[in-house]
Design a protein around this ligand. Structure first.
Ligand SMILES: Nc1ncnc2c1ncn2[C@@H]1O[C@H](COP(=O)(O)OP(=O)(O)O)[C@@H](O)[C@H]1O
Ligand SMILES: [Mg+2]
Length: 367
């Protein structure tokens, strides 16, 4: 825990490394609280910069630009996972970076991440580190088929992953992932996929949103719904797992943990992200304090708000040109809340926005 950290007061400048939609929604929450944001991004036209006070356009390893950025802001955070650790360390020499680069270092790498979960007593699917064809063969023999081979780094939305079923030649699989290090993990025959989003303040206080039930299509998040269709005991265990991970890591900010519920009713951790998460976008419309505001509050050392949920919600990602073309239809439904990220280039499958459908709360008696 940081000692006697003073709040970064409204009016200060928050530096956000990364210029995507997460930075955009964080900057909007920051603006509501009277902060100004400075976005550091390599992109000349980034969703976050559209709604921020200013931006630096430079590559993530431009040490000169990073030093100048740090000199102009009061506190820094990040919204993108694949930032070189060295860059954040450099910024941290000048001003507080929350959460710490040490947490990003764990979350960036599936080997470190899974080792971390297991070390603190949280279960994962059986997994092995692989680094060549021989270790891959050994790993698959040990965890069994079907299994999934994933690159240790830089994977997202299912990229850098390959399913190894009974007929997959291992030689081909290894060539496919094009990485020096990977993990092989047992394929989980899950009944539900969940995520828990924990916010944790400078003082160690924490809150968590209700677990979301997530549905992926081709490994890309398609829909998140709350409440998740799980027993309340399972919801408590899921939140407890997220809280435990956030405490051990000493997160100041947001930690999102993705998990599987097995047929036997066990929870297995999948991965984590020390930043706001796509599966928490529903909180913008359904909660007293949304994940972006909690993020800003935590990063600035302010008290956290209530994560209480007013209503049930279903968040659908809008991917590519086709989904975004439905914007008028979406607006015709008065209980749908449309969020567009202002991206120019609607490449197929690109996250262009999301819509949250709000419904009366069904589990009110459990409050
Ligand atoms: N071991 C597994 N068993 C079954 N499904 C998996 C497994 N690992 C990943 N998946 C599916 O693929 C999705 C993406 O994988 P994930 O590990 O979260 O990588 P990323 O989101 O970084 O691309 C998961 O949300 C899940 O639907
Ligand atoms: Mg994932």
């Amino acid at each position: 825990m940081e000692k006697a950290a003073l709040p970064v007061p409204p009016g200060s400048i928050i530096g956000i490394v990364g210029g995507g939609q997460l930075g955009r929604m964080a900057a909007m929450a920051a603006a509501r609280l009277g902060y100004r944001c400075h976005i550091f991004t390599p992109d000349t036209d980034s969703p976050a910069a559209h709604v921020a006070m200013t931006k630096t356009v430079a590559s993530y390893d431009d040490m000169h630009a990073l030093r100048a950025f740090a000199a102009q802001i009061d506190v820094a955070t990040f919204e993108f996972e694949n930032i070189p650790i060295e860059s954040l360390r450099l910024v941290a020499e000048q001003i507080p970076v929350r959460p710490s680069w040490k947490i990003l270092k764990v979350a960036q790498d599936r080997v470190r991440e899974k080792t971390f979960f297991n070390t603190i007593g949280l279960k994962t699917a059986p997994w092995r580190r692989v680094f060549d064809k021989a270790s891959l063969a050994q790993a698959v023999a040990e965890v069994g088929r079907p299994a999934i081979l994933k690159t240790a780094r830089f994977g997202y939305d299912g990229k850098g992953q390959i399913l190894i079923d009974d007929s997959t030649p291992l030689e081909d699989a290894w060539h496919c992932i094009d990485s020096e290090v990977g993990v092989v993990e047992a394929f989980v025959d899950f009944t539900r996929e969940l995520s828990v989003i924990v916010a944790r303040g400078v003082d160690g206080a924490w809150t968590a949103f209700d677990p979301a039930e997530n549905h992926h299509t081709n490994s890309v998040l398609q829909m998140s719904q709350v409440p998740a269709r799980i027993h309340s005991r399972m919801a408590v265990s899921a939140v407890e797992a997220g809280r435990h991970a956030a405490e051990v890591l000493d997160v100041v900010g947001i930690l999102a943990v993705e998990m599987f519920v097995t047929r036997e009713g066990n929870l297995l951790m999948n991965e984590m992200a020390p930043r706001p998460h796509n599966s928490g976008h529903w909180t913008l419309d359904a909660c007293v304090t949304d994940q972006f505001e909690q993020f800003i509050r935590a990063v600035c050392g302010l008290p956290l708000g209530s994560p209480a949920r007013y209503c049930d919600a279903e968040m659908l990602n809008l991917l590519g040109e086709e989904d975004v073309a439905r914007w008028q239809n979406i607006l015709n439904n008065p209980f749908a809340r449309l969020h567009l990220y202002g991206k120019n280039d609607a490449r197929p499958g690109r996250k262009m926005g999301h819509v949250t459908h709000l419904k009366p709360r069904t589990d009110i008696d459990q409050c």
